[in-house]
Design a protein. Structure first.
Length: 150
């Protein structure tokens, strides 16, 4: 069976004053993975409203969207659904309210990630590598981002 739908995902890239980038470690459908915070577009929702909703749900924070960073420019099949193509849109963001979510400076152990579903951590921008994130689109974004942070 071939591709029958396109799934749109929207992610935020937050680089703090210390030039650290926020990553999200998740456990979903029996898989551990690392990505930028964000998620799937819902019907009737704009991409920026999606991103604001996702950050509110995941981190409990309001954000300002600073600028578009990247939109997928290659074919990517979904890792979770063989019939879906993924289109991801990335924006540079910054919180406009206090962040109540706990953010670590190291990756949590798998038991903690599995229990919580997702955790957040800072990684030094200068240390950011494609291998720090799981999926191909995020890896391209990590490589692009590292170039802007040097």
């Amino acid at each position: 069976m071939g591709i029958s739908k396109i799934v749109i995902r929207v992610y935020g890239i937050w680089t703090n004053d210390d030039n650290h980038v926020l990553l999200c470690d998740e456990y979903h459908q029996g898989e551990f993975f690392t990505k930028f915070p964000g998620g799937g577009l819902e019907l009737g929702e704009s991409v920026t409203d999606c991103l604001k909703r996702e950050w509110k749900e995941e981190l409990g924070v309001e954000i300002e969207i600073l600028q578009h960073f990247y939109t997928t420019d290659f074919f990517q099949q979904s890792a979770f659904d063989d019939c879906s193509q993924i289109l991801s849109i990335y924006y540079l963001v910054k919180p406009t309210t206090e962040v109540p979510a706990e953010i670590s400076t190291a990756k949590e152990n798998e038991l903690t990630i599995r229990k919580l579903g997702q955790t957040f951590r800072w990684i030094k921008g200068a240390d950011l590598d494609e291998s720090d994130v799981t999926y191909p689109i995020d890896r391209k974004v990590a490589a692009m981002l590292k170039k802007t942070l040097l």
